[in-house]
Design a protein around this ligand. Structure first.
Ligand code: SF4
Length: 62
């Protein structure tokens, strides 16, 4: 699974990190950092995070 985030359109609200904290996190500067190649066991949470992102910045390749 490959996870991409377009930081040009990410608005750093952090919804993805609430849904999938093992994959997405805001750093101390409120910039999103994420695991681009998370374990398959996290697939449902990653897809949920992509679905709740208000700017649709997250792309998931399964
Ligand atoms: S939910 Fe979307 S806009 Fe919000 S921090 Fe995550 S990637 Fe960025």
């Amino acid at each position: 699974m490959k996870v991409k985030v377009d930081l040009e359109i990410c608005e750093s609200h952090g919804e993805c990190g609430f849904v999938a904290p093992d994959v997405f996190e805001l750093n101390d500067d409120d910039v999103l950092v994420w695991n681009p190649d998370p374990d398959e066991s996290l697939k449902d949470k990653v897809l949920q995070a992509a679905a709740v992102c208000p700017t649709q910045a997250i792309t998931v390749e399964i």
